[in-house]
Design a protein around this ligand. Structure first.
Ligand code: GZL
Length: 327
């Protein structure tokens, strides 16, 4: 597909900009045409976590005007219905590509069929969608969330073996691939380690505030537990604050396992507040840019691309590692 030579009518654009302005993370285009830009609409989950913000920044850096892109970002505030509206607006605006970071796995067929009918390629990033029809998206880039959880469970087995372990499980957004995969991994661990006991499970929506709220309530109820399995760093931060406010020492009184491996969290691995942090790489921008460049040349692109990920504990982490990662 040639670089977009579309002129977008100002009236239509002004209308779309009005309804997008309320919730876009970056200002929608104003009175310019896009003759020499590739126009990309990005429906982002929200701004719920450090991971998410790093993901957005990575997209903005790669799909920049200097690189020949005009990027419109819609922040869905973790609501699927806002993403569906945003995709319809992008179709109206006649974008060249749609990037979707889906809140949950189900419920995308109708709106992605509309994008397909409009001839707009869709690139899925981060989490996966569940659909019988894999022609609804051109490429997917993301993580293997089940593998991430298996890595965490393996570390727990090595460090706790058959010792009794009372586990509090803070889940992410229910129905998101990250939550599904990380929960499945812990469930397999519980199955294979009869001395481990799940004493509490609820969703903290991947946010620090909710993570703190849940753990504060558990402590107030006098629940006894040895380990918190937090499905992202921000919920782990909230849990750590709750433990400290209750006079407990994370890393000594309670073991914290987390996911994402943001820089702030790795600082807590160094201090021992977080015992083990499994990386979930948010830097999808350059990979999406490469896929669009291939599509612009009419070249084939990989359907699925899993990003490389590692994991960190106090014995393995170094400052050089932290400084080399970019988030
Ligand atoms: C994982 C991503 C999750 C992160 C959370 O790829 O979907 O969403 O683990 C983020 O921090 O909110």
């Amino acid at each position: 597909m040639k670089k977009s030579t579309k002129k977008i009518s100002l009236l239509l654009l002004a209308l779309c900009t009005l309804c997008l302005t309320a919730c876009t993370a970056s200002p929608a285009p104003t009175d310019e045409t896009y003759d020499d830009f590739i126009l990309v609409g990005f429906s982002q989950v929200g701004a719920e976590s450090d991971w998410r913000n790093a993901n957005t920044k990575s997209m903005q850096a790669a799909l920049s005007e200097e690189n020949g892109y005009r990027l419109i970002i819609d922040d869905a505030q973790q609501k699927q219905e806002r993403q569906i509206t945003a995709i319809r607006n992008f179709i109206h605006q006649g974008v060249d590509y749609i990037i979707l970071a889906p809140t949950t796995e189900k419920g995308w067929d109708t709106v992605l069929l509309e994008a397909k009918a409009a001839g707009i390629p869709v690139i899925i990033v981060d989490r996966m969608i569940e659909s019988e029809d894999d022609t609804l998206f051109t490429s997917w880039i993301g993580s293997d969330f089940r593998k991430e959880a298996n890595t965490a469970v393996r570390w727990m087995e090595q460090h706790f073996g058959s010792k009794p372990l009372r586990i509090v499980h803070l889940q992410g957004n229910i129905g998101s691939s990250a939550q599904i995969g990380r929960t499945e991994g812990l469930d397999a661990g519980l199955q294979n380690n009869p001395s481990w006991q799940l004493v509490y499970r609820d969703t903290g929506d991947f946010t620090q505030a909710k993570g703190q709220e849940l753990v504060e309530a558990l402590l107030a109820d006098g629940l006894e537990f040895d380990l918190i399995f937090a499905e992202n760093d921000n919920m782990a931060y909230g849990a750590i604050d709750a433990l400290k406010n209750a006079g407990l020492t994370p890393g000594r009184d309670v073991t914290i396992i987390s996911f994402d491996a943001n820089r702030a969290a790795l600082e807590m691995v160094i201090t021992g507040e977080i015992a083990y942090d499994v990386e979930c790489n948010p830097l999808h921008g350059p990979r999406v840019q490469k896929i669009i460049e291939k599509l612009e040349k009419g070249e084939a692109t990989p359907k699925l691309t899993f990003v490389e990920e590692s994991a960190f504990d106090a014995d393995t982490i170094t400052r050089e590692m932290m400084d080399s990662r970019g988030y």
